[in-house]
Design a protein around this ligand. Structure first.
Ligand code: HEM
Length: 462
């Protein structure tokens, strides 16, 4: 069975040194070998306690605690604040509860079926580009291609605008500046700072966030100024949302915060997952044959429709297994707002609680062959092997990802559409190595090529 690339864990202090001075902004290098075996325990040395929690019963307790003693982590909140203000991704307590009540309906099943039309249009345009690349046999960056495609999908589904417009392009470029800086901000502070310290940001990053927020503001204004039927997108749903308990609407600033987070949480994560999925598939031709057979069986020669998505079981399980081995959100951090106890550990106010899908998804006590890529572990026949609370790429409990169905539908569509017609091959696969920055990413861009599958061979396999 294929085992895709993973980091080589060191002992705790060496991991800290490598992380603090390695200059790569890689949180994965912080994890010692013991982090993959422990149920709960402190992580090496740092000014504040960092407690890794792998045990499913403990992490479920933390992520579903109703008393607000484990709010979003101050370091993450501070790092993301210039872009997303007080949006639902970083807020906690009463404010978060109100925001979530108002935003949930924008991601309903009915709205997803409408968004599917815009997702399909974005993939149609992307396929034209891929045909061109295939024709020229040119190598291209898989990471960048997936970031463009998923950012285009977010622009179309949230704002009814395509990434080809100059504004969307500028937002994308500024976002890249922000993304590169964030992990660096977080890392050294994680090791050296006391809890709730101020987080300074570079001028260039603040300026990039300011420009993004300015553009978001213009898109928000268009939606506010439009009459009810002009837009039928996610932004329109948020602009017209009213709190069911108080009847209040979001202010302009709050709308910019919320829509900024959809751009942030909605395209980086999915791009990360798809980059890894296409990399693994390039290394697994047998799996590609199986997927093509299934796609042919379910979609025939016609388009991939919304109702096909849940029936493309192998494709979906490839996506799930990719999220297990390369969870885009590598760590789900919280902070202890008061002194408490977790398992046998006394945890002081200000301690960082690190729930790491990365270690939990690779923990030998919960998974057979934990580092092997085995999509069939999610098959109906083997469902009983899954341990509740050990698979959490979308988080867990009340704060689980609001866009989980959106991302699963989008990714299944993209995988099915592209795998059906193209073979992917990777230049220098031996150089591929995961790192955790804002999301789980390859350390260097993965350069790949595509080849169009001859017409008819897909049906023959089917
Ligand atoms: C493969 C893709 C995605 C992954 C792996 C992912 C993962 C996650 C995770 C782990 C959380 C919980 C974080 C925590 O508890 O601290 C989360 C929250 C969130 N995600 Fe996603 N996400 C994805 C796609 C999306 C998309 C497409 C959107 C929106 C368009 C989105 C919007 C959000 C928002 C707004 C939250 C905050 C929810 C809350 O705190 O109530 N995500 N996501």
């Amino acid at each position: 069975m294929y085992t895709p690339p993973r980091p080589n864990p060191l002992w705790a202090v060496a991991g800290l040194v490598r992380t603090a001075f390695g200059g790569e902004g890689n949180l994965l290098s912080l994890l010692p070998a013991a982090a993959y075996r422990m149920t709960v325990g402190p992580l090496g040395w740092s000014r504040r306690m960092i407690l890794i929690v792998n045990a499913p019963e403990l992490l479920r307790g933390i992520l579903t605690d109703p008393s607000d003693i484990y709010p979003k982590n101050d370091l993450m909140v501070g790092a993301l604040a210039p872009l997303v203000g007080e949006s639902m991704f970083v807020s906690s307590g009463k404010i978060w509860r109100q925001q979530r009540r108002m935003i949930d309906p924008a991601f309903s099943h009915m709205r997803l079926s409408k968004a599917f039309v815009q997702m399909t249009a974005a993939v149609d345009d992307y396929v034209t580009k891929l045909d061109d690349l295939a024709g020229r046999g040119e190598a291209f960056s898989l990471d960048l291609a997936m970031s463009h495609l998923t950012a285009d999908i977010i622009c179309r589904t949230v704002f009814s605008t395509s990434l080809e417009t100059a504004t969307a392009h500028e937002v994308f470029n500024d976002f890249t500046i922000f993304e590169r800086s964030v992990a660096h901000v977080e890392l050294k502070r994680l090791i050296f700072d006391l809890p709730w310290s101020d987080i300074p940001h570079q001028e260039t990053v603040l300026a990039a966030c300011e420009r993004i927020r300015h553009h978001l503001g213009q898109l928000v204004d268009k939606h506010i100024g439009a009459n009810g039927s002009t837009y039928n997108d996610i932004a329109a749903a948020i602009v017209t949302a009213r709190d069911p308990e108080t009847g209040t609407a979001f202010t302009r600033k709050e709308l910019i915060d919320q829509l900024g987070v959809f751009f942030l949480a909605g395209h980086e994560t999915t791009a990360s997952a798809l980059t890894w999925a296409f990399f693994v598939l390039a290394m697994q031709p047998g799996l590609v044959v199986r997927m093509r057979a299934e796609i042919g069986r379910i979609c025939g020669d016609g388009p991939v429709e919304f109702e096909h998505i849940k029936r493309l079981v192998t494709t979906r399980n490839v996506f799930r297994e990719t999220l297990r081995l390369y969870p885009p959100i590598t760590f789900i951090p919280r902070v202890a707002a008061e002194t408490t106890t977790i398992g046998e550990y006394k945890v002081k106010k200000g301690a960082m609680i690190m729930i790491a899908p990365w270690t939990i998804h690779r923990h030998a006590a919960y998974w057979t062959n934990p580092h092997a890529f085995d999509p069939d572990r999610f098959s109906h026949e083997r469902e009983h092997e899954l341990v509740v609370g050990t698979y959490l790429p979308f988080g867990w409990g009340q704060r689980a990802c609001v866009g989980a169905s959106f991302a699963t539908t989008e990714s299944t569509l993209i995988l099915a559409r592209l795998i059906r017609h193209y073979d992917f091959s990777v230049d220098s696969p031996e150089r591929v190595r995961p790192v955790a920055r804002l999301t789980t990413r390859p350390a260097e861009q993965i350069m790949c090529r595509v080849h169009r599958v001859p017409r008819g061979s897909q049906r023959a396999e089917a």
